[in-house]
Write a protein that binds this ligand. Structure first.
Ligand code: NA7
Length: 532
């Protein structure tokens, strides 16, 4: 147990694990506190059936160690949750990370002490620790959103949230199951649950655009090509918008000017590639509504072609004005096909919300539905939820919740004014969830460790974001978002899925320019930060 360390890291997901490794490389001491009883972060918690990464496995993996990326072998094009968790455990073993991680330990308070220039951290297990630096590696999708459904405690059956799935799994055989929510978690789990249960009813508030993943065993020839020069492959991806998909057929031209037939052929080609490649069919899909409308019309036709019952197909189809890509696109395996089974039913709760749970099920639109269990695929209090649930207090005992009462304020998504030596990995204001998360994580961890090294080398003890730099940055994040179609719907990027949460666009659109900006800032002596 380390009670006094140089760096305290909160979370042992991919961010926390790499941060620990880098801190050790600097020759500094570290302690990690992790709420789960194992490593893996979001992949530790999200064990629902069908859970799978939506970035290809050869890309969604650490690049920092050449041997690690050569020796690890992925079995599928898109990795399943169990295999990602196996990989996370392999990394923890390979780099001997566990000896500095305290599991089943949730950080509750993190207070800055101005007299000592150190953070005091305490946990739900009664542990306390003091640290010069605190790195929040708490993830963007860690705090489950459990809507306040009346009567939920009276329901006699089981209720599961996809983001808090029981480790022993759930046996759906012979059961009547309700699923609430049709985001990624619902869309991935519904086909798998449908295969196992007796009867499935899906409650949908907003239909989503979903693209087939065309998942399968990894293409060994492609894998060999990538591994022949993995460093080059990583570089190519880092130069892509979002840090991924360099070899997924990106077409760097606007759709306008293309004849209808050519445009559809291009969409079809990308549809057949599968996954996010679809949105790379043209370069203006997220900035020009006319162009976006051509993509969504294409997907609407696909849904109509797959779903047998026209009424169900209509319900599953987003309205024509709903921008594709505004909410995160889902990748699926036989999602729409699932509704062709007789034992799968769809209930629209857009106009008649779920009124109440009952002892035997739930009621909506005056109709009672009976279930043995209900799955909440209702998402997360994304990006800020986990940070604001911790009692974080900076200079003058200011609470982070007060500093962020009108939405997250920080500089580069890395530091909050008035909270010295506290860093957020993939915090709001950085590209985070709009990238391949591992690319964003590695970038942040390396920037933070360089920064800590710089302070040590120059004999400085604190760094914090300058208030004016942070204010300008928040405006910049919103200005960039406003140039796109991203703020046109009620997405979790805007916090719009959480009642009462301030509506502000949280992630920055624009990786790799963001990474270049971070480098420039560091090279200019950490311009926009106050060093003391
Ligand atoms: P999402 O994408 O936030 O989806 C949550 C779903 O739950 C979505 O369909 C919501 O409808 C629905 N929802 C939420 N609250 C309710 C209530 N009260 N009643 C009915 N339906 C509700 O979360 P996911 O876990 O699927 O995915 C999160 C990210 O994880 C994903 O984007 C990937 O990055 C991985 P709504 O659309 O708000 O009308």
């Amino acid at each position: 147990m380390n009670d006094e360390v140089d760096v305290l890291i909160v979370g042992a997901g991919f961010g926390g694990m790499y941060m620990l490794h880098k801190v050790r490389e600097l020759g500094l001491s570290a302690q990690v506190f992790e709420a789960g009883d194992g490593v893996g972060g979001t992949w530790y918690w999200n064990r629902y059936p069908g859970a799978r990464c939506d970035v290809e496995s050869l890309e969604y993996s650490y690049s920092f160690d050449a041997e690690l990326q050569q020796e690890w072998k992925w079995s599928e094009r898109y990795t399943s949750q169990p295999e990602i968790l196996e990989y996370a455990n392999h990394v923890a073993d390979r780099f001997d990370l566990r000896r500095d991680i305290e599991f089943s330990t949730r950080v509750e308070h993190t207070h800055w002490n101005e007299a000592t220039n150190r953070w005091g951290v305490s946990t739900d297990t009664g542990r306390t620790c003091s640290a010069q630096f605190v790195v929040m590696a708490t993830g963007c999708l860690s705090s489950a959103n459990v809507p306040d459904f009346p009567g939920i405690d009276d329901f006699a059956g089981e209720v599961y949230h996809t983001g808090r799935w029981p480790h022993e799994g759930v046996d759906f055989a012979g059961k009547r199951v309700g699923v609430i929510g049709t985001g990624s978690s619902g869309i991935q789990s519904i086909p798998v649950i449908a295969e196992q249960c007796a009867d499935l009813t899906v409650f949908q508030r907003t239909p989503n655009y979903s693209i087939p993943a065309h998942n399968g065993s990894i293409d060994s020839q492609y894998e060999a090509e990538v591994k022949a020069d993995y460093a080059e492959f990583r570089d190519e991806n880092r130069q892509m918008n979002g840090g991924f998909g360099a070899r997924s057929g990106f077409h760097d031209e606007p759709s306008i000017g293309y004849a209808e037939e050519e445009r559809r052929a291009r969409f079809e080609q990308q549809w057949q590639r599968g996954g996010f490649a679809f949105m790379r069919a043209f370069n203006d899909l997220m900035i020009d509504d006319t162009s976006n409308a051509t993509a969504r019309a294409f997907v609407r036709d696909k849904i109509a072609a797959v779903v047998d019952d026209p009424e169900t197909a209509a319900l599953l189809t987003p309205v024509p004005t709903q921008v594709i890509g505004c909410k995160r696109i889902c990748l699926d395996t036989y999602y729409f096909e699932t509704y062709n089974h007789d034992h799968v039913h769809l209930v629209d709760v857009s106009t008649a919300p779920i009124e109440t749970f009952t002892p035997t099920g739930l009621r909506t639109g005056g109709v009672e539905y009976d279930f043995d269990c209900v799955v909440l695929a209702t998402g997360f209090d994304a990006m800020t939820g986990t940070l604001t649930r911790i009692d974080i207090r900076g200079v003058d005992d200011e609470a982070l919740t007060d500093a962020w009462s009108a939405g997250p304020v920080n500089y580069l998504g890395l530091q909050v004014p008035g909270f010295p030596n506290l860093f957020t990995i993939t915090g709001p204001g950085s590209p985070s969830v709009l990238t391949n998360m591992i690319v964003a994580i590695e970038h942040h961890v390396e920037w933070i460790s360089d920064c800590i090294e710089h302070l040590a080398a120059t004999g400085l003890s604190t760094i914090s974001a300058a208030p004016d730099a942070a204010a300008t940055w928040v405006d910049h994040v919103n200005d960039v978002a406003d140039m796109t179609l991203m703020p046109t719907c009620n997405s979790w990027y805007l916090g719009a899925n959480i009642p009462g949460k301030t509506r502000v666009f949280m992630p920055l659109i624009g990786f790799p320019p963001y990474a270049e900006k971070c480098t420039e800032v560091a090279q200019a002596g950490y311009e926009g930060f106050i060093l003391a």
